[in-house]
Write a protein that binds this ligand. Structure first.
Ligand SMILES: Cc1cc2nc3c(=O)[nH]c(=O)nc-3n(C[C@H](O)[C@H](O)[C@H](O)COP(=O)(O)O)c2cc1C
Length: 368
């Protein structure tokens, strides 16, 4: 099939992209003490030179004592880390690319196994890592207010450093998603409740604060997933009606792009609706907003099995192109293919399918 649809330019507010391919945010843990160095900048520049339309950074944490479980995950606060990010965005621009940082707070997480611990306890809506498993502390209203302010400062810094947009990590069972998920949010104050819209309050306030900091013209993406790393079968919204009720307030608060994380992009979101639309497809239909799809593009297996050691082979893009051609979504994020190959986009554009690489987790040990 023709790949032309992938190479149509895209514009939204101040963001102008040469094609529809987004580098998915991927934690690499190559930033000692939270500071991204020249090797990280060079890694992103190679993707810019490789014609990636928009690069989303690996998750980079906001200024809270326990926003991270890994000292090698980059910070998006503090003079040294921000100087590192200044170099990253300058290199990406010099390579002809566009980039936004993915701003992150992990919430209640496991320790990463290295023996390193944050200075304070992990924090979340109800201190739960999994339903019924309390390993962190319950956030007070002050903690929530301070967290919102920390995201706001990071957003202002992203704009000041010259990034082209930003993304908020609201997916995969991390802090914002812990608030969405009834299994982990058992609060009885106004940040919890039986309705998903009530549990979305922190996300709405966060988006509003970020919007206040960056102004109207700067693009804000919000990454969401129905599934959680703690439980792949959880769904926040069980019907299009529930999904619309969840997302409308977030769109009204200022989200421009919903980045709809699936493990396999071809899976229909709702089984009883007589439609094969995926998550990004439904979100675009229900909100009218720009959406990004993601999940096993160009690869045979999904990424969490990849962490567990399953290798993936290159896979045809035909199903993706069929969906893009019918405007199911606007943009396509690619993860592991861009870890193994900075030139993946050019190879797709030039039809060099025999040069496509597979993925195995050994690829994570170096910054190619
Ligand atoms: C090594 C690795 C690190 C990841 N880190 C993040 C992250 O920091 N933030 C995030 O939202 N998703 C993260 N993800 C998920 C990816 O963004 C993407 O959704 C997933 O890999 C599926 O895309 P793929 O099948 O093309 O790899 C990570 C994935 C991988 C493989």
């Amino acid at each position: 099939m023709s790949t032309n649809a992938l190479f149509a330019p895209f514009a939204l507010k101040s963001l102008q992209l040469k094609n529809r391919i987004v580098m998915a945010p991927m934690t690499r843990s190559f930033s000692p003490n939270g500071v991204p160095g020249p090797d990280v900048a060079a890694y992103y520049r190679r993707r810019a030179e490789g014609q990636v339309g928009l690069i989303l950074s690996e998750g980079t944490v906001v200024e809270r004592p326990a926003s991270s479980n890994d000292p090698n995950i980059p910070h998006f606060y503090g003079e040294q880390a921000l100087a590192g990010w200044q170099h990253v965005i300058d290199e990406v621009h010099a390579g002809g690319g566009k980039m936004g940082p993915q701003l992150w707070h992990m919430g209640v997480m496991s320790e990463n196994g290295s023996g390193w611990k944050p200075s304070e306890a992990f924090e979340g809506p109800s201190g739960l890592l999994k339903p019924g498993q309390a390993t962190g502390k319950v956030m007070t209203e002050n903690d929530i207010t301070d967290t919102i302010a920390a995201f706001g400062r990071a957003a202002a810094d992203a704009k000041r450093l010259g990034f082209d947009c930003l993304e908020l990590h609201g997916a995969h069972g991390y802090l914002i998603d812990q608030f969405f998920w009834a299994g982990l949010n058992q609060r009885t104050d106004s940040y919890g409740g039986d309705e998903l819209t009530a549990r979305s309050r922190i996300a709405v306030e966060l988006v509003e604060e970020v919007r206040r900091q960056v102004g109207e013209d700067f693009v804000i993406s919000l990454r969401l997933s129905q599934w959680k790393q703690q439980d792949y079968d959880v769904k926040l919204a069980h019907s299009p009606q529930e999904m619309e009720a969840w997302l409308r307030p977030l769109a009204d608060a200022g989200v421009d792009i919903f980045h709809c994380s699936q493990r396999r992009f071809w899976e229909p979101e709702f089984e009883n609706e007589g439609s094969d639309l995926n998550f990004a497809g439904w979100v675009k239909k229900l909100t009218g907003k720009t959406t990004i799809t993601v999940g096993s593009v160009g690869l045979s297996g999904e990424f969490l099995a990849g962490f567990a050691g399953e290798a993936s082979e290159p896979r045809s893009l035909d199903e993706l192109l069929r969906r893009l051609d019918r405007n199911e979504f606007d943009l396509v994020a690619v993860g592991r293919q861009l870890i193994v190959d900075p030139n993946w986009v050019e190879k797709i554009q030039q039809g060099r399918s025999d040069e496509m690489k597979g993925y195995s987790r050994e690829a994570l040990s170096t910054l190619v």
